[in-house]
Design a binder for this molecule. Structure first.
Ligand SMILES: NC(=O)c1ccc[n+]([C@@H]2O[C@H](COP(=O)([O-])OP(=O)(O)OC[C@H]3O[C@@H](n4cnc5c(N)ncnc54)[C@H](O)[C@@H]3O)[C@@H](O)[C@H]2O)c1
Ligand SMILES: O=P(O)(O)OC[C@H](O)CO
Length: 380
């Protein structure tokens, strides 16, 4: 069967490139490798829609005296970031970013969000201008007094349409093919032509029997929830580390959900409450991150040991990143500059405990809105 057999009659390719689509994953950490594995499983099962080979850009480093890319390509394993998980042989690790993205028509971004800016600088002017993108990052771009979605940053910097994927997806579980759901937000772009990347293409690329995809349009809701639940998980980890019990953790999650929704309404009024309350990217991701995520575990260990966030991140994560540390700092500066500190007490208290030695014991007062009684000095 040829491409044209796959695409039924009346398909116009005037401003797009036709299938099979070439997919690249920019990122190869814990989640980056896991998602690249999912895509490679799907591309080999759908040869008319996708090229079989999936390229995965790897930030090169030594792994036990060998280049990590060579180790991955020889053994079909990424022991550094996704240990014990066999990778499909059509997933190829590439250390050169520009070589990896060359000619790709679907670019999947999947790096810790602090590295996105540097990557986009390198990619600008060096990608297929007709490519479409999906961001799997959980973070926001925060300025002095405004905040932008990473999907918008990718679109602005590279001139390509970008959706996002997020959900209750602990990478280690998804990689072991334990069941989970995810949410993809992908509004159809203005320059869409028949045959272009659309929800069906994305569903085929990401859905697996163990990884169920639901596609919606609310990019803002999915992005905000993915970023902010990491701060909430830190609050829950503090409480858990002190063994305050399940009820206390639920209280922090409750407040966190409210602040997430309020943040959406203030900064991205198009975000939908239903995304936070009904989607895997919303409440389900909040639950899973607050029980088994790296942000939760980091805060739990901080509470147990009294060590700093930076120390615990190094001890616990072996090169992986707890994104909530950066996001808590970023959101603190934003809500302070906008004079919204009182409206986001959980985010602010979590930041103060993380970075300014404020006692975890303040959290119940914060929940009662009496937190300002012991409000620390906000000079920082
Ligand atoms: N791990 C999960 O369970 C999970 C699940 C869903 C979403 N996410 C989100 O996915 C995104 C990617 O997370 P991850 O878990 O793949 O990453 P990770 O935390 O495993 O981070 C490590 C990655 O960062 C790379 N890196 C280190 N220094 C770099 C540099 N200077 N420039 C570029 N890359 C560099 C490393 O090579 C490695 O690939 C994050 O936003 C995260 O919140 C993670
Ligand atoms: O391990 P965390 O805390 O980065 O959370 C992982 C995922 O975002 C869970 O969906």
């Amino acid at each position: 069967m040829t491409d044209s057999t796959y695409i039924s009659a009346n398909v116009s390719y005037s401003s797009i490139e036709k299938p099979p689509f070439r997919v690249v994953s920019v990122g190869s950490g814990n989640w980056g490798t896991c998602v690249a594995k999912i895509i490679a499983e799907n591309t080999r099962e759908n040869p008319l829609l996708f090229e079989r080979q999936v390229k995965m850009w790897v930030y090169e480093e030594d792994y036990n005296g060998e280049k990590l890319t060579e180790y991955i390509n020889t053994n079909h394993l990424n022991e550094k970031y996704l240990p014990g998980i066999q990778l499909p042989d059509n997933l190829v690790a590439i250390p050169d970013l520009l070589e990896a993205v060359k000619d790709a028509n679907i670019i999947v971004f999947n790096v810790p969000h602090q590295f996105l800016e540097g990557i986009l600088k390198q990619l600008k002017g060096n990608i297929n201008p007709k490519a479409r993108a999906i961001s799997c990052l959980k973070g926001l771009r925060v300025y002095q007094d405004k905040v932008e979605l990473l999907t918008d940053i990718i679109s602005q910097e590279l001139g390509i349409h970008c959706g996002c994927l997020a959900g209750a997806n602990l990478a280690s579980e998804v990689a072991e093919q334990k069941f989970s759901e995810t949410t993809i937000a992908y509004p159809i772009p203005d320059d869409y032509c028949s045959g272009d990347v659309d929800p069906t293409v994305l569903y085929t690329m990401f859905h697996r029997p163990y990884f169920h995809v639901h596609i919606i349009e609310d990019i803002a809701g999915v992005s905000i929830a993915g970023a902010l639940k990491n701060i909430i998980a830190i609050g829950v980890g503090f409480v858990d580390g002190l063994q305050w019990g399940e009820n206390a953790k639920a209280s922090i999650m409750r407040r966190g959900l409210l602040e997430m929704i309020k943040f959406g309404q203030k900064f991205f009024p198009t975000s939908k409450v239903s995304t936070f309350c009904e989607e895997s990217a919303g409440v389900a991701d909040l639950f899973t991150t607050c029980t088994g995520g790296r942000n939760f575990k980091l805060a739990q260990r901080m509470a147990q040991t009294g060590k700093s966030a930076a120390e615990v991140e190094v001890d616990l994560l072996n090169g992986q990143s707890a994104q909530g540390l950066i996001t808590a700092k970023e959101i603190h500066h934003l809500i302070k500059n906008k004079a919204y500190l009182d409206e986001f007490p959980l985010f602010e208290t979590t930041y103060q405990i993380l970075f300014h030695g404020v006692s975890i014991g303040i959290l119940p007062y914060m929940l009662e809105n009496k937190w300002s009684i012991s409000k620390p000095n906000y000079s920082s």
